[in-house]
Design a protein around this ligand. Structure first.
Ligand code: GLY
Ligand code: MN
Ligand code: MN
Length: 462
């Protein structure tokens, strides 16, 4: 955990921004995999972690804005818990460690919340995203699911997004640790990417690295020779010469901060000239748009710059044609680059997405586009110092999409479909880094991970 003052200060600012009422943060419960004693790896709710820091199931945090008081609620551990789980701290010790008052029973919370509602006080909650959140909240406040939904507070969402979007030095240090573990994961995958090995062997090895560093992985490993499938979790193929592996994977630190890194590398260690052509276009989109990621510029502008670099590069290769600006404005590049340039990163891989993607990535003055491709851009708004974002351009050859667009003659004035056919079966390339927006520009976080054609081939030399 961070020092207790960190949590205390965050809650103080939050209370000041809310003005009145009670703010309730639900910690997560264990989640059953196939029967209740066999659980998934426990993952605490990220906003609860941010404000109350306790990484254990069964806790609630309540900030009383009117009384300037924060209370941690949880049932004290019993002797049965201690027999199965070992010695446990008292709720009062846990509360003291994050600068809050303690109440050692959840029943007290139920009483406080029901009294508050009867007295007409406002209770602010964040959007529930697990079924059991509704059940427990329903019991605690005595409202049905529709009543719970009415407690979801836009004021609270805005205040939490405002705070969590700007990372402090403690958080940046944690994310850099997560990136460094990811670096080891990716270089290990590169060194294993030889014909005869199976994708699952690479995926298993890198997941093990995250675990060995205190992990788990920050999201299920995406690793496949079929990199044209953007989030491919199937790892059953045997690696074969002439293909590339897209590996999109990150680690979670002990304090639950995430990294999210993608590298693409050739099976056998050497890129073909066709692979280099596409790879270097994506690399240019990545490096040029990291340089262009500066405070005051919208990430939508930066995304469109990446799109123009990719479309321009594909035009040089004869896959696209016509005016590049016009092609991108029309959305023709999205045949090859159908997703967004990136998203916020922090305690969540897609940071704060559970609070509503548009509340995090867009603003009153900038609304999300509905154009195919641009609509998938999770972060469009103006960049600010302290944002940690991903930069992840890609270029893919998705047979079903090519066939659909070709059949419809879609954007035929910008796409040379006959040339595109030559890349059917190519797969895809994505390169992803984690980037801090500074006062004057941006900085790629962590120790550099091999990225140029030469660096990747050097890493894979046997
Ligand atoms: N790892 C998923 C993503 O890059 O958004
Ligand atoms: Mn990723
Ligand atoms: Mn990402």
């Amino acid at each position: 955990m961070f020092a207790k003052e960190v949590y205390w200060q965050r809650r103080k600012i939050l209370r000041e921004r809310l003005g009145e009422g009670l703010i309730l943060f639900s910690g997560n419960e264990e989640s059953a995999m196939n029967y209740s004693a066999n659980t998934y790896h426990f993952r605490q709710d990220s906003s609860f972690l941010y404000f109350f820091g306790i990484d254990k199931p069964g806790f609630y945090g309540l900030c009383d804005v009117d009384k300037d008081r924060d209370t941690l609620y949880g049932d004290d551990f019993t002797i049965d818990d201690i027999i199965w789980m070992g010695e446990q701290p008292a709720v009062s010790d846990l509360a003291a460690s994050v600068g809050a008052e303690a109440s050692a029973t959840i029943k007290d919370l139920e009483t406080v919340l029901k009294q508050a509602l009867q007295a007409g006080r406002k209770i602010h909650i964040l959007p529930p995203y697990r079924g059991d959140h509704f059940l427990t909240l329903s019991r605690l406040v005595g409202l049905d699911q529709e009543g719970i939904k009415k407690l979801v507070s836009q004021e609270l969402i805005d205040a939490v997004v405002g705070l969590r979007s700007i990372k402090d030095q403690y958080e940046i240090d944690e994310i850099e640790k997560a990136v460094d573990v990811a670096g080891l994961m990716h270089t290990t995958a590169m060194k294993m990417a030889f014909p005869g090995n199976f994708e699952r062997e690479l995926a298993g090895a890198i997941e093990g690295i995250a675990l060995a560093h205190g992990g788990p992985v920050s999201f299920p490993v995406i690793l496949s020779m079929d990199g044209q499938t953007l989030h491919n979790h199937y790892h059953g193929n045997e690696l074969s010469a002439g293909r590339m592996v897209v590996c999109d994977a990150g680690a979670q630190t002990a304090l639950c901060y995430a990294s999210d890194i993608t590298r693409t590398f050739p099976v056998g260690g050497l890129f073909s000239s066709q692979q280099k052509d596409i790879y270097n276009i994506v690399l240019k989109a990545n490096t040029e748009t990291i340089k262009a990621s500066i405070p005051g510029r919208t990430y939508r502008e930066v995304h469109l710059m990446a799109a123009r670099i990719i479309a321009g590069g594909l035009k040089d290769l004869g896959l696209m044609k016509g005016n590049t600006e016009e092609a991108v404005a029309a959305g023709a590049h999205a045949l090859f680059f159908p997703h967004g340039l990136g998203h916020m990163l922090g305690l969540d891989v897609h940071d704060m997405e559970g609070l509503g993607e548009n509340h995090v990535g867009y603003s009153k003055s900038l609304k999300r586009s509905d154009q195919f491709g641009l609509a998938y851009l999770r972060l469009g708004r103006e960049l600010e110092p302290g944002f940690v974002i991903t930069n992840e351009p890609g270029c893919y050859f998705i047979p079903a999409l090519i066939d659909q667009w070709r059949g419809e003659k879609k954007h035929a004035e910008f796409i040379n479909y006959d040339q595109v056919e030559k890349f059917r079966g190519f797969g895809g390339v994505r390169i992803e880094d984690d980037v801090l927006i500074t006062e004057t520009g941006s900085r790629v976080l962590g120790t550099p991970i091999p990225k140029t054609v030469e660096e990747v081939e050097e890493t894979m030399k046997v």
